[in-house]
Design a binder for this molecule. Structure first.
Ligand SMILES: Cc1ncc(COP(=O)(O)O)c(C=O)c1O
Length: 381
């Protein structure tokens, strides 16, 4: 059996064995509750704080500004709900500015705010997914409690000038949240340099464990916790996921010592994959240039993405349609629909995403299999 080809790194990444080993040690160690005063508790606290230092260092935040959450989705939802509610309570306008390209965790939180009486303004993207700063500035001009934009889009790989967006938000007194889940560990992300108030992370996108995320809440930023409790400086109740935090910390330190995943090597592989697919007749979705290395989103007319993903899976190649999949049914990508793609085009999307494990052979295998399977599906449909 040939080695599986993982071209779905945006969905998740392989747990680094060093992170796993540290997690197993933490689970076996008999360490206590990090909130306990006794020696077992103090030992657990030490592990959590070491992990916090490493994750905070990855994104240029102070450790005391970083809270652990149960996942990236919780982090994003907590930032948007907690940031907007606290800002409104402090007298800011009940208005939030974002875009229809955000992750479902963000869009769901925005819907919740709408039900609470907030005006939600979604800045319309260009057909390549660009969000010009002037358009974001115009949406923010009447004032807002919060603005939220991701650094890297999870389906397209497009990069956004969130530092500029944050400057515009600050000028009108709005807090700024960025979803850095697809960016951290792949490209440089620095909370301070970007000037953002709230920043979300997820461990499993950077070779850490699933089920743990983090939220940076910069000092002085108004924030209403979703889960009451004394832990995490009173900003997120709940006994910390000790093994998860330890694994996240090790994965973050590995990025620090071994470098970012989306370096020149991954960029070159991504370009080769993109060129090969376009030569095979694919339509490229998203920005032609300037995307974060690693993501290629394409469509082959008349070839449903879910059929192609299933056919690739049978050949040991992991890919995605990019869109949310619930109970086995794939809905057309709301991101592609927001770019103006037709429903038929959106249903034909195929997202391939590379990471630090990707090698030339993965691209050879994908470029051999995809045109062949596309022809087979077209002949059968
Ligand atoms: C941009 C973005 N934000 C948030 C999330 C949610 O992270 P998690 O899977 O840890 O809930 C994801 C996961 O795909 C993502 O791509």
């Amino acid at each position: 059996m040939a080695r599986p080809v993982d071209l779905d790194h945006n969905a998740t990444t392989r747990l680094d064995p060093r992170a796993r080993a540290a997690m197993v040690d933490a689970l076996d160690d008999g360490v206590g509750n990090p909130s306990s005063l006794h020696s077992a508790g103090r030992r657990a606290r030490e592990l959590v704080e070491r992990a916090r230092d490493a994750v905070a260092a990855l994104v240029g935040a102070a450790p005391r500004e970083l809270l652990f959450t149960s996942c990236g989705s919780e982090s994003v939802a907590a930032a948007i709900l907690g940031g907007a509610r606290a800002a409104r309570a402090a007298g800011r306008p009940a208005r939030v500015v974002s875009s229809p390209l955000e992750h479902p965790a963000a869009l769901g939180a925005l819907e919740q705010l709408r039900a609470e009486g907030f005006e939600i303004v979604l800045v319309a993207p260009d057909t390549d997914g660009a969000l010009p700063v002037e358009r974001v500035a115009a949406a923010l001009a009447p004032g807002a409690a919060l603005a939220s934009f991701a650094v890297v889009n999870h389906e397209l790989g497009n990069r956004y000038p969130v530092g500029e967006f944050a400057r515009v938000a600050r000028a009108v007194g709005a807090a700024f949240h960025t979803d850095a889940v697809q960016a951290a560990g792949r490209i440089a992300v620095d909370t301070r340099a970007l000037g953002v108030d709230l920043l979300s992370l997820s461990a499993h996108k950077l070779h850490g464990p699933k089920g743990i995320g983090a939220l940076v809440v910069r000092a002085g930023v108004a924030f209403a916790p979703l889960i009451p409790g004394h832990q995490e400086r009173g900003l997120r109740g709940g006994t910390e996921n000790l093994a998860g935090a330890v694994g996240f910390g090790v994965a973050a330190s590995i990025v620090g010592t071994e470098g970012l995943a989306a370096g020149e090597r991954v960029a070159a592989l991504t370009l080769r994959l993109e060129a090969g697919l376009c030569a095979a007749g694919a339509r490229l979705h998203g920005a032609r240039e300037g995307r974060a290395p690693g993501t290629v989103n394409v469509g082959f007319d008349g070839v449903p993405g879910d059929l192609l993903v299933a056919a690739l899976d049978l050949e040991g190649i992991l890919a995605s349609t990019g869109a949310a999949c619930a109970s086995g049914t794939t809905r057309p990508s709301s991101v592609l629909l927001a770019l103006g793609a037709s429903r038929a085009q959106a249903e034909c999307a195929l997202r391939l995403s590379l990471g630090r494990d990707s090698v030339e052979d993965d691209i050879d295998r994908a470029l051999e299999a995809i045109p062949r399977l596309v022809a087979r599906i077209r002949a059968a449909c």
